[in-house]
Design a protein around this ligand. Structure first.
Ligand code: HEM
Length: 465
């Protein structure tokens, strides 16, 4: 891991190199500083560990204390039955019907974003995309209408930007938490600054109180959280096969009270887990379209066709844009924004077909970045080919992992795809996208960032159509 500390290579790149250096091995052991790690290369083994034998790997890292630290007890950090019970309570919030009801909030932030692009700007391209993704979380998860996009004093946005800047201090903190989770817990070290935690949790509790006192209602996550407090469960009116990935058995006998603190912690996790990765996703989707002009033209033609006859942007008109969806999936594959998945072993596990047992507390990882660029799975892996995803595309198990895999797959996956598709479709309809001549290709990855993200964000030229 020295190259990462010296600012030469990101963790994602190093793991990809380890994966590619042992093409015939199903697993490879390595050290992350002093901690042994097992890299699982073989996709059918990934399928076993991440899905079939998930009960042995229900954790990601250490376990926060639900009773004494409910604000940090979020879906990302928790494990075992506590995680299962909270996931089962929150999963219905992300189903098709619920997202369809929330679509107008996302759509309206997208319209503001397009107006914002029309004004002269000096902002870095990732900063603009972050304004969009923070505003989406603000309106959906915190029930707060975002102000004008050019308001530089907007507190919610500036607090959001301060949470996890991709710099050396964040990197060292993350390393400490990953490598020495128990010590970090004793030292009270968290992924996020305490000030951010209290600002966002305070904001959500303020909105919860206001709704309860005034009886105001709105189609958003806050309203669903209130339903969860009042009824103990969120109903799914029209079950959809596309929601299968959210189905999960509640933990029997587990009684978890959805207190304001616990709900605030989850909303903060949605912000934390969602806004940065989605902003990088929007930026890199535009980058892929700018560098693949034929794909851009085809995707634009599809958007125009889907909106023929005065149709407006809606959850359903977006659904019909299959080529655009294929392009977004290609971006997620090629860019592998989250380049590594990891699980902590929670029950001793003998790896099938291999003389090796994973002990409780051991961490296993897989390199999504390497798998997404494997020519055996994706011929000509560097090429952006949306057609890979059209029709009966059959991808082997454990081979497409941008949102993770198994029961702990990203709960916000569909929300992220709707956010991405909606904004990219709006940009395509209004602008031709090209790269500023100053952009140097290929883009270099930021060695200090946990995500795969460029060290210098590409600047775009948006030409009004
Ligand atoms: C392009 C955008 C996004 C990407 C690439 C992404 C990717 C991921 C990945 C790879 C994981 C780990 C899954 C695993 O370990 O198997 C994850 C977990 C998670 N994500 Fe996302 N995500 C995105 C957007 C969002 C959004 C918008 C939300 C908002 C709700 C969100 C909320 C979460 C949560 C709460 C978890 C933890 C789930 C659990 O452990 O039960 N993500 N995401």
């Amino acid at each position: 891991m020295l190259p990462t500390l010296l600012g030469k290579k990101s963790m994602g790149q190093i793991l990809r190199e380890i994966h590619e250096a042992y093409p015939n091995e199903p697993v490879v052991g390595f050290y992350n500083f002093m901690q042994p790690r097992l890299l699982i290369r073989d996709q059918s083994l990934i399928d076993k560990v991440w899905i079939k034998d998930f009960s042995h790997f229900t954790s990601r890292q250490g376990e926060p204390d639900l009773l004494n630290d409910p604000l940090n007890s979020n879906l990302f950090n928790l494990s075992g039955n506590v995680w299962r019970s909270i996931r089962a309570k929150f999963a219905p919030m992300f189903t098709t019907g619920k997202l369809r009801n929330m679509f107008n909030h996302i759509d309206s932030v997208g319209d503001d974003f397009i107006k914002h692009l029309e004004k002269p700007r000096k902002e870095d391209s990732l900063d603009i995309m972050k304004t969009y993704t923070i505003d989406v979380i603000s309106t959906t998860a915190f029930g707060m209408q975002p102000g004008p996009m050019d308001d530089l004093n907007n507190e919610f946005r500036s607090q959001g930007r301060q949470i996890m800047p991709p710099n050396l201090a964040t990197f060292l903190k993350f390393m400490m938490i990953f490598v020495f989770p128990s010590l970090s817990q004793k030292l009270g070290l968290n992924f996020t600054p305490k000030s951010s935690n209290s600002y966002f949790c305070g904001a959500l509790k303020g909105v919860l109180n206001h709704r309860k006192q005034t009886g105001t209602t709105r189609n958003d996550f806050v309203q669903q959280m209130i339903t969860l407090q009042e009824k103990g469960v969120i109903e799914v009116e029209n079950p959809d096969a596309a929601d299968d990935y959210l189905r999960i058995q509640d933990a029997p006998g587990m009684k978890i009270e959805p207190t304001d603190d616990l709900l605030a912690g989850q909303a903060f996790a949605f912000l934390l887990a969602g806004f940065d990765a989605t902003a990088i996703g929007v930026m890199m989707s535009l980058f892929e379209l700018a560098t693949n002009p034929e794909v851009q033209e085809k995707a634009r033609a599809e958007v125009i066709k889907a909106l023929e006859g005065d149709k407006t942007f809606s959850y359903d008109s977006l659904k019909s844009m299959e080529y655009l969806e294929g392009s977004l999936k290609e971006t997620q594959r090629i860019q592998s924004i989250v380049p590594i998945l990891f699980r902590k072993c929670t029950a001793r596990y003998k790896l099938p077909g291999i003389p090796y047992t994973v002990e409780v507390g051991d961490t296993v990882v897989c390199s999504t970045y390497a798998i997404h660029m494997d020519p055996k799975v994706y011929p000509e892996p560097d090429k952006h080919i949306p057609e890979r995803w059209l029709g009966d595309s059959s991808i082997p198990v454990g081979s497409y992992l941008p949102f993770g895999y198994g029961p702990r797959l990203c709960i916000g996956m569909r929300l992220a795809m709707v956010e991405l598709k909606s904004i990219v479709a709006k940009v395509l309809l209004n602008y031709k996208i090209s790269l500023h001549p100053s952009v140097q290709l290929p883009l270099e990855l930021n060695p200090l960032a946990f995500f795969n993200q460029p060290i210098r964000n590409p600047s775009f030229i948006f030409t009004k159509i």
